[in-house]
Design a protein. Structure first.
Length: 553
């Protein structure tokens, strides 16, 4: 109901809309205080009240909307110092109001926020160091306030930041140099502050910017003009001649090697395409086309590509990725037998780790499905395509089967049988086997199976699944009475280690909710599957409940 000249106050009866998930009232003439009745809208995901005439304080009741992911209250007359630090928020815009006081430390509790705009207010005091805990931030705009003190060193954790605007404040001290290493930083505005040596540091920043631009120009290639086209020789040296000792994986269209680029010492993963395999070249082009359009902290980062020839004159194509030191999720869910002379603890994932990784995957899918310029369907989500970094953050990779969906509707019955089966047996949506077009619902199905696998520890292709029995039915038939019986024994041990009976009960209830989400995602009818945004919201809520039980994080 935006842009409709509505006036007056929001009626309190809006709280009676129990299933309300999305409300846009932008650019109207609405006034009064923001209704406290929103606390009743437990399923609210997105709320847009920007460009109106609301006044008064931002009510703390908004903190009770624990499914809220987008909140825009910008361009109103709101005042006070209450800050809605809802943990599930991805986008928060409070710009151009009359908010004042210090920015509370609770801002760091918004674990997954990627956009925060509080510009054009009257915030003062020092910038809280906890803001550095929001390490998924892509856009941070704090200009036109009264912040003072130095830039927190914790900002060094904001490695994904693209736009950072701290201009027109009273900040002082030295400008940090760690921004030089920020690969994604495109806009940095520190003007109209009181920094030391400003002229010299700005020259330094400008030189860094020129170096980055020059590097970007040098790394352009014929494929999307995005990456440096490394030579076959460079990658051969990096992988010690594509040695079997550096082989870390084999896929449908090629092999993956660990390597070290001698030019800068960067550890990389090199995916070498087997061009004799039918579909490999098409996969290479699809992955390049997809990767040049996307950027998210839960997606595997591509560093460069190689389109060259080998020493025998044969075509050679490879993709070079950021190396993930903890390998794939598959290696942790189904580790190989431990040799007698093995050094170090065996691989296993705790309950909290599995929750966090499952949430990382949902955020990646939500980005692909709902936040890209064109909807992207991954088409091959499975444990081997989820990579884990040093902090055990999950990164979705391998876009060799990815497809852009240009239609406004996400699911279509258009027959595409000529394209063949898209995905991997056990994870592929059943409608694909009947010739249906790829869809975001197909990705949700794969995610549902993956989620069930993560917590049962059972692969969907295990020998126990024959005839009509599959992982979906196996879990569905066991609930709710046998929730622990179907759970990975490693996780059951964690449950038993919790001292309080109430804690054990909470964990069992959380597992039950996780399984029901997995079942809801993997139902046979595409239109009945759960929305991935709702999945992310519910899993975040479950994760927060698990944190209260005393389980190790």
């Amino acid at each position: 109901m935006g842009n409709t000249n509505l006036s007056g106050a929001i009626p309190s009866t809006v709280g009676n809309l129990q299933n309300l998930a999305y409300l846009r009232l932008s650019n109207n003439n609405l006034s009064g205080e923001i209704s406290s009745s929103f606390q009743k809208n437990k399923k609210l995901i997105a709320l847009f009240l920007d460009r109106n005439h609301f006044h008064g304080h931002i009510r703390s009741h908004l903190d009770q909307c624990q499914n809220l992911m987008q909140l825009d209250l910008s361009n109103n007359n709101l005042n006070g110092s209450i800050f809605p630090a809802v943990k599930t928020l991805l986008i928060l815009n409070l710009s151009y109001n009359r908010l004042s006081g210090a920015l509370p430390a609770e801002v760091g509790q918004m674990d997954h926020i990627n956009t925060l705009d509080i510009s054009g207010n009257m915030f003062s005091g020092e910038i809280p160091s906890t803001l550095g805990d929001c390490n998924g931030l892509l856009i941070l705009v704090m200009k036109d306030n009264y912040f003072q003190g130095s830039i927190p060193l914790s900002f060094s954790s904001l490695r994904s930041i693209e736009i950072l605007d701290l201009s027109n404040n009273n900040l002082s001290g030295e400008i940090p140099k760690f921004w030089e290493a920020f690969d994604f930083l495109e806009i940095l505005n520190l003007s109209y502050n009181n920094f030391e040596g400003v002229v010299i540091v700005l020259v330094f920043v400008f030189v860094c910017w020129l170096k980055k631009k020059k590097a970007q120009k040098q790394t352009s290639s014929s494929i999307g003009n995005t990456w440096q086209n490394l030579s076959y020789r460079t990658l051969r040296r990096a992988t010690d001649g594509f040695s079997s000792t550096n082989l870390i994986g084999v896929g449908s269209f090629g092999s993956v090697y660990k390597g070290i680029l001698q030019e800068n010492g960067t550890n990389v993963a090199v995916k070498v395409l087997n061009l004799t395999c039918h579909g490999a070249l098409k996969s290479f082009k699809a992955e390049c086309e997809t990767l040049k359009c996307i950027r998210h902290r839960s997606l595997l980062k591509v560093l460069t590509v190689c389109s060259s020839t080998d020493y025998d004159g044969n075509d050679f194509k490879a993709l070079v990725y950021e190396f993930m030191v903890n390998g794939s999720l598959k290696e942790w869910l189904h580790p190989n037998p431990i040799p007698a002379d093995a050094v170090g603890p065996p691989k296993h994932l705790s309950l909290i780790q599995r929750m966090k990784i499952s949430i990382d995957i949902t955020f990646a899918l939500d980005y692909l499905h709902n936040q890209c310029h064109s909807t992207i369907v991954h088409c091959d989500l499975k444990p081997s395509n989820v990579l884990l970094d040093a902090e055990m953050v999950g990164h979705v990779g391998d876009f060799g089967l990815a497809k852009f969906v240009l239609e406004s509707t996400s699911y279509t019955n258009t027959n595409t049988s000529s394209a063949g089966l898209r995905g991997t047996i056990g994870y592929v949506a059943p409608e694909y086997g009947m010739g249906s077009a790829v869809s975001i619902e197909g990705d949700v199905y794969s995610y549902g199976i993956l989620l069930l696998e993560m917590f049962t520890g059972i692969s969907p292709t295990a020998e126990i699944f024959k005839e009509s029995l599959n992982l979906h039915n196996f879990v569905d038939e066991a609930l709710p009475e046998q929730v622990l019986e179907i759970t990975d024994p490693i996780l059951v041990q964690e449950v038993e280690s919790v001292a309080s009976q109430s804690g054990k009960s909470t964990i069992q209830n959380c597992l039950l909710m996780v399984y029901r989400i997995g079942i809801a995602c993997s139902v046979g009818v595409p239109g009945e599957r759960m929305n991935i945004t709702n999945v992310a919201t519910q899993l975040c809520s479950i994760r927060d409940r698990l944190h209260t039980t005393g389980l190790p994080r």
